[in-house]
Design a protein around this ligand. Sequence first.
Ligand SMILES: [Zn+2]
Length: 414
Amino acid sequence: MSSSRHWIKSQHVWREALGRFEPAAVAVEGDRIAAVERPDAVPAGATLRDFGDRWVMPGLFNTHVHLDFSASKTPLRDFEAEDPSERLLRAAKNANTLLLSGVTTARDCGSQWQTLALARRPDLSPVPLPRLLMSGPPITVPYGHLHFMHGIVRNDRDIYAHIARIRKDGGRSVKVMISGGQMTPGSKPEDTVFGQDDLNLITGESRRLGLPSVAHVLSTESVRRGAIARFDSLEHCAYFDRHEDGRLYRNYNADVAQTARDNGSAMMANLSTAMPGFDAIYAKAESDRTPLEKHQVRQFETMVENFGKMLKLGIPMVCGNDAGVNDTPFDSTWMEVDWMIRGGQSPVEALRSATIGSAKALLIDESVGRIEPGYSADIIALAGDPLQAVSALKSPLYVMRQGEVVLGQAGVAA
Ligand SMILES: [Zn+2]
């Protein structure tokens, strides 16, 4: 086996246990990390990639993407205009973009049944893919959020059949739309559409099969029910109410947040979603903003404040940005890390959220998300220190996925 062993070394290798970068040499064998040693432990004549004083860390996670979506200003229109095979091609391209941006593990939170082919037969993909945990079509109600992906359930039997099919078709995650969503015409974010018994059944069955469960929760009641059902992660946690002016307002609910904390759910806050739109509003003088824009800015700032409150409470935060939806491209995961820091995490906490913390919510932290022996060889190298400036994550010099170099083969001189 020693002939297939090769080494990576650097003055700055992320050591999860220490919470800092340290000089180290990493031995890779096949798709696994075989050893982590002092830099001088590399045997003479070994195959070595020396990154010098560049920064080496585990590949990033994005726990919430929609591979079928175009990330344009009109993702739903694009989805509807494309047929299943076109969506599958788009999904492969999007997944490849994630990988080349340093994301070596991604969870898809809602796509058509056909896109599960990427998880089932990654060997057939014309482009390299990250590790994909696919949820397939999200479980939803008739006319519910993303119902057009064909994940509608009407009773317990449908729920069991849906989860069984996800698993049989190569899926590795169970996603449920507990509230309505903004993107689906006719679906209302402030509505809670699943009862507690249904949700308990879904998380129970997911747990029995070893699949991570994840819930879309925009209304306060949906966050509460998702927390009681002990979903592995809760997405958005918007605490939305609709006021008489017809607009949605975020009304943080401390009791509900406490329940989520006590029941062990992680949270995906997607602070950076649709950022170009907010940038455009912030670029205007306050007096030039329309009433709707002022409302959007207030709600955005409330979202970031709520993130800080839930963080203080001790809710584990995971990295996801809803890539694929409106104005949220697949190479922008680093922006979520940036916003988690702006929302109150230390840079070390944010790096953990984007690696081992996300792995935990995906139930794969025993084998993915650390540079340690036995872990999957998912490694990226950066030109700068991400603890000093998160933008170092923006364009990795090198990406290794499961032992295979997919970016930067010949790029960086030692
Ligand atoms: Zn989503």
